[in-house]
Design a protein around this ligand. Structure first.
Ligand SMILES: Nc1ncnc2c1ncn2[C@@H]1O[C@H](COP(=O)(O)OP(=O)(O)OP(=O)(O)O)[C@@H](O)[C@H]1O
Length: 268
């Protein structure tokens, strides 16, 4: 995540590719001029980053996630995802683009209770007419990384919350998306399950190079990120970069939230 520039960035000699480019994006709900949930937001997210979005309730976190994940359209401004201007591509192509490029993880898991975990994970690729053998081997590989091999033939209601979320992450990854958008992925989990899920997200970020963008209220969850973007009243209020020390970053997050005025922070 970076401030705007016209070219890709470099670390050493390695070019960092922008996967998301948000330029002066605003979002108004209830018709133009009614309520500005996002105000002229600009940011870049680089391929392979694990980025957190924090801010008080109502600050625009989910709205920004919906804009970047193309769930909803911005009122003004420009948004490029993997170099594509979603507002300019036809709806049919946009649906395929989303399917191939983006994966979602939600607080409520959204698994189907009448299908096994394996079938839940396979669903996005089954709908894409991918061969069964390819799907099954991909599921084994991902379930190995996420530690849910033994849960594959169970039904979601037989799993713990953490196992359900790890299954949901597998499903989000099955079509090999470049970006995973996670909206409060640990919001419904106890602290042990939260850590397991966050370790899994970190692991897929490292092993598969998947870019992860995560909205969270939880400073511990955010401390797993490479960078954190803080929203307040629909604008970017601050940014923190990790130097690799999770505990140090956690303290800096708490300081940032204190400076921002955390009166409507429910869970810190
Ligand atoms: N569909 C909508 N119609 C009207 N107003 C909306 C809509 N969605 C969100 N808002 C308003 O926009 C503002 C930002 O909402 P958003 O959900 O993005 O905040 P948030 O930071 O994700 O909050 P929370 O942490 O409580 O989930 C809020 O004031 C909210 O009431």
């Amino acid at each position: 995540m970076e401030t705007r520039s016209n070219s890709n960035s470099y670390i050493g000699d390695v070019a960092m590719r922008k996967i998301i480019e948000v330029s002066n994006v605003s979002k108004e709900y209830g018709g133009t001029g009614a309520f500005r949930a996002l105000k002229d937001v600009s940011l870049d997210i680089m391929e392979g980053e694990f980025v957190g979005i924090m801010g008080p309730s109502g600050s625009g976190k989910t709205t920004l996630l919906h804009m970047m994940s193309t769930i909803d359209a911005a009122t003004s401004g420009k948004l490029l995802v993997d170099g594509h201007d979603i507002a300019r591509i036809k709806e049919k192509e946009a649906a395929r683009f989303r399917r191939d490029t983006i994966g979602f993880v939600f607080q409520a898991f959204n698994l189907l209770d009448n299908m096994t975990v394996r079938d839940n994970i396979a669903l996005p690729l089954s709908l894409n007419n991918v061969k069964a053998a390819v799907i099954l081997s991909k599921i084994e590989e991902l379930a190995g990384i996420l530690g849910i091999i033994e849960q594959l033939d169970k039904y979601p209601y037989e799993l713990s919350g953490g196992q359900k979320q790890r299954a949901a992450i597998c499903r989000a990854l099955i079509a090999s998306p470049k970006v995973i958008f996670a909206d409060e992925p640990t919001g419904a989990l106890d602290s042990k399950s939260s850590s397991e899920v966050l370790e899994c997200l970190k692991s897929i970020n490292h092993k598969l190079g998947t870019t992860i963008i995560m909205v969270t209220h939880d400073a511990t969850a955010a401390s797993y990120c490479d960078r954190i973007l803080f929203l307040k009243d629909g604008s970017i209020h601050g940014r923190l970069d990790s130097d690799g020390n999770k505990m140090e970053l956690f303290k800096r997050i708490l300081n940032m939230l204190a400076v921002m005025g955390g009166s409507n922070y429910e869970r810190l």
